[in-house]
Design a protein around this ligand. Sequence first.
Ligand code: ADQ
Length: 483
Amino acid sequence: MSKTIIISNRLPVQLQIKEGSIEATPSVGGLATGMKSVHSDGESLWIGWSGLTLEEIPDSLDADIDQALARHGCSRVDLSKNEVDGFYYGFSNRTIWPLFHYFMEYSEFELSNWTVYEAVNRKFADAIAAAAADDDVIWVHDYQLMLVPQMVREQRPGLSIGFFLHIPFPSYEIFRTMPWRREVLRGLLGSDLIGFHTYDYERHFLSSVRRLLGLEVSFNEIHLEDRVVKVDSFPMGIDYKKFNEAAARHRDMKPGEISDLQNRLDTHKASTPDAKFFLSIDRLDYTKGIARRIKAFEYFLEKYPEYKEKVRLIILAVPSRSKVPQYQRLKREIDELVGRINGELSTVSWTPIWYFYRSLPFDNLIDLYTSCDIAWLTPIRDGMNLVAKEYIATRTDQTGVLILSEMAGSANEMNEALLINPNNFEQIAESLHQALNMPEEEQKRRNAAMQKRLERYNVEKWANDFMNSLLTQRQQDYSMVAR
Ligand code: ADQ
C-alpha cells in the first residue's frame, strides 16, 4: 500500500530535552491540525527539522529522539546552527518572506544564504528519496522548500510530488527582482501539482513561468517535455468543528472553570455595560500590519472621541523570528506605540490598549475570540489568515463583526466581513464605527453565511481536495506515458 510523505520545515511535534531525556509533544499549529487527516498512523511519514540543532543534540539521545519521533510518524532532517542561520533565518526569512509579501526593501540577496538554502533543500530531498517507495505520494510544504520537488524528481522520476505554498506568490514584476528566480521556478516545477491559496497567486506564478522560462502554459497546465504540471488554488480552511465546539463548551462553563483572563474580560464588561472589545491577533510580523493598526486606532479615537472609555483594543502578538532585525525593530515600535497611546489617553478607569506579547494556550485564544465584539485583522499582505476564519467559527450565537484586510487571501472567501484597505485610515475608522453600530440581525446574517462556508470548506476538505487532485494528475501522467 502506498504511503503519503509530508515534508515541511518543522515537524508537527515539539522536542524538549528535560533532565537528560527527550520529550515529544504534538504541536497545535494550523499545518499540524490541517494535515491530521492525511497523517494518520502507519500510512504516512512526516519529514522535517526537529527544531533542535545538531549542536544541541547529545549523541546519547540520538536513538531516543528517533524513537520518540517515530511514535508520531515522523522522521528528522538534522540541521546545524549554521544551516539554520543561512537557510531559515537567512534565505527563507530575509529574502523570500519579505519579497513574496511585497516588502522589497526588506529583501536581502545574499549569495551565501542562497547556497545554504540550496544545500538544506538537498538534505530534505535526499531524506525523501531514501524513505520513499515507488508508489508513495510526496507533499512538500511552503517557501522554505521550493527546490525540493525538482531535487527529488531527479533522483526518483516516477514519484508523485505535490507542492503547496502557504504564502502569497507575488506578481512577476516583484518576483523577477530575485537573482535566483529561474532556479526557484525550476525547483517548483519538479512537482506534478502546485497549489496556492488563491487564484491570484496561481495567476502570478503562471505568468512568471511563461515569462521567465518561456514555457507553454495552457489554462492551468504547464507543458514540460516529458510531463504536465498542474497548477491550482486550494484555499486552506480551519478545523471548524474544533473551534465551534470549544466555543460552545466555553459558553456553558461553570464559575470554577473560568480562566483568569476570562474573569478579567467579564469584570471589565460588567463595569462598563456598553464597552466593546476590538481583537487583534497575529504573529508579530511586519506583514500583519500591527503597528499601522495601532495608529489607525489612535486616528479612530481622534475622529470619534465619544468612544473613549468605551472601546478597548486587545492585541495578542505571538513572538516570531526574533533573531531577524526587522522583527526586533517592529517589536520596539509596537512597544513604544502602545506605551505612548496608553500614556496619553488612559484614565483612572480605562486603558485603551491591552497588549500581550506571548503565545497563549488554546483555551485563552477561545476566551478572546468569544469575548471580543469585533475582530480587527488588517494584514498588509497575508497568504490566507486563519485567525479571521477561527474568529467566525467561535461565534456560536452568530453575533460579532469581522473587519478584514482586502490583502488577506481569506478576504476572497469572506465577502460578508467588512473588507478594508489597511492603508486607508479613513475607511478603517468608518468600518470601526459601522461595526460598533451594526444591528445584531445584520451581524447574524453575515456570520451565518460565512460559518456555512467555513464549515463546509474545512481543513480536512482542503487536504483531501489537494490529495485527490494530485492522485488524478498522476493517473493522467501515467496514461500519457502509456500512449
Ligand atoms: P501565519 O502567518 O502564522 O501562517 P495565520 O494563518 O493567521 O498566520 O495562522 C496563525 C495560527 O496561529 C492560527 O491558527 C492561530 O490560531 C494560531 N495562533 C495565533 N495566535 C496564537 C496564540 N497566541 N497562541 C496560540 N496560537 C495562536 C501562514 C501564512 C498565512 C496562512 C497560514 C496557513 O502567513 O497567510 O493562512 O500560513 O497556510
